[in-house]
Design a protein around this ligand. Structure first.
Ligand SMILES: NC(=O)c1ccc[n+]([C@@H]2O[C@H](COP(=O)([O-])OP(=O)(O)OC[C@H]3O[C@@H](n4cnc5c(N)ncnc54)[C@H](O)[C@@H]3O)[C@@H](O)[C@H]2O)c1
Length: 424
């Protein structure tokens, strides 16, 4: 099939780069978002999210006349749904955005169209949730229009390159739908495009993120065992990874972000009887912030009234994303236990959390602190020189939850350094 126009619903981290890339490859694209602030910002030449290179790409797409921004869908040959799929109370998938986007498309659906769901979704969502809503148009999925699921695997920070270069899986509800999806993405994808079924494609995305979550959980459990048995887990992992078929990931303060810490629950919810390992791994990773809080409590001889400089709040190094971040969880728990928390997040100085003061500089966080907690391995925090830190604070107790600091150097500078996963 050939496509000349397209409607993309959801203009966030996934939808906006996707819509703009199609537009700069010659497709006429209407980008739709229900958030009027997003639409207004984009229509005025602004950008509401941060991603390297995105501003230039969006401006080029708008300037070419191929991309327009709207709050309403319109008739098109193809529709892509890239709306959020967070979890709600009880760790259950919140499909309300996928449902409302499908409902918004139905009135504009015509014979021969293609609809692709890109949002990370529980197994069978395309077949059991999206298809019936689109069929309210009077058209039958498979017979009258094509329907497919295509997972997005881009890495924030590298989205524009990975969108084009990554291999892409297209799962159609039938063969013709997979092939239509393949033809659509062939507009710009340089990576391999592999066709499969819709439910396989949904599973692929969930399996990728669950695989990482379970592997991080075992690393976290190893760190607890090492601490108990007087072993340095970082040394032990390095040695174990010399085995040609072993590749243990890094332990840390927990798992965050809106993908890996969320998506495994979609599998647990869909089949609780089949997912004891996945559920337990999620629990292990969710318990990890408390392990760090306990380490700080022990290192400082109690938390009540202690002023703690929390270094880093993001969910992983060198990004500004604080969603589901274990570092935020740790900071909040410290404050609940009576500590005075001064947090320094170099990539998001204006973050706001109840009970936590945000330092506008490293010096402001360090001054007056009783203890330091390194919670994110941001490059500028890992590279801190301990003797320079020592000159800026009276604190001589530090906890490193990410193996970011050299223990010998920090101890030589006068700090008592407690590291996650290191027994005495
Ligand atoms: N961000 C990533 O790195 C990433 C990676 C892989 C997969 N995903 C998945 O992609 C999906 C989208 O994620 P995101 O990060 O782009 O989300 P986002 O929150 O950045 O953007 C989603 C946008 O959709 C809009 N929206 C909500 N309901 C809508 C509707 N009915 N019609 C039109 N617009 C609507 C929102 O206003 C928002 O602007 C999610 O399922 C996510 O899990 C994200």
């Amino acid at each position: 099939m050939t496509f000349t126009n397209l409607c993309v619903l959801g203009l966030g981290y996934i939808g906006l780069p996707t819509a703009s890339t199609f537009a700069t490859h010659g497709m006429h694209v209407v980008g739709v978002d229900v958030n009027p602030r997003v639409v207004e910002t984009l229509q005025n030449g602004g950008l509401h999210i941060h991603e390297p290179g995105l501003r230039t790409l969006v401006q080029a797409a708008l300037k070419s006349g191929n991309l327009s921004i709207s709050t309403e869908p319109e008739e098109a040959e193809a529709f892509i749904i890239a709306v959020p799929t967070p979890f709600k109370e009880g760790k259950r998938a919140d499909l309300s955005y996928v449902i409302s986007a499908s409902e918004a498309i139905a009135p504009y659906l015509r014979e021969g169209n293609l609809v692709v769901l890109e949002s990370t979704s529980p197994p069978r969502t395309t077949m059991d949730v999206v298809a019936p809503i689109l069929e309210r148009s009077g058209l039958k999925a498979g017979d009258d229009f094509h329907l497919a699921y295509s997972p997005e695997r881009v890495l924030p920070g590298q989205i524009l390159r990975e969108l084009i270069d990554n291999a892409r899986v297209i799962g159609g509800i039938d063969r013709a739908s997979s092939e239509a999806g393949r033809d659509l993405y062939a507009t710009f994808v340089r990576g391999e495009i592999i066709c499969t079924t819709a439910t396989t494609a949904e599973m692929v995305k969930l399996m990728e993120n669950t695989y990482r979550d379970v592997n991080i959980a075992i690393a976290n459990e190893f760190s607890r065992l090492a601490a108990r048995f007087g072993v340095d887990v970082w040394e032990a992992i390095e040695l174990a990874n010399r085995h040609p078929r072993v590749d243990i990931l890094r332990p840390g303060p927990g798992v965050g972000g809106h993908c890996i810490s969320v998506d495994p629950w979609f599998l647990v919810e869909a089949a609780p009887d089949l997912t004891p390992l996945i559920a337990t791994s999620r629990q292990v990773n969710d318990d990890q912030p408390q392990v760090v809080v306990d380490l700080l409590q022990e290192a400082l001889g109690g938390l009540d009234g202690k002023r703690i400089a929390v270094l880093g709040l993001a969910y992983k190094p060198d990004v500004d994303d604080l969603r589901e971040s274990p570092a935020v969880e740790i900071a909040c728990r410290l404050a609940e236990r009576g500590a005075e928390v001064i947090a320094y997040e170099p990539y998001k100085l204006d973050a706001e959390f109840p009970g936590i003061s945000m330092a506008q500089s490293l010096d402001a966080a360090l001054g007056g602190a009783d203890g330091l907690a390194l919670l994110v391995a941001h490059t500028p925090l890992r590279n801190l020189a301990p003797e320079e830190v020592a000159a800026k604070t009276k604190a001589r107790i530090a906890v490193d939850a990410v193996n970011g600091w050299d223990p010998v150097a920090w101890e030589q500078a006068g700090f008592r350094l407690t590291r996650l996963g290191v027994g005495i």
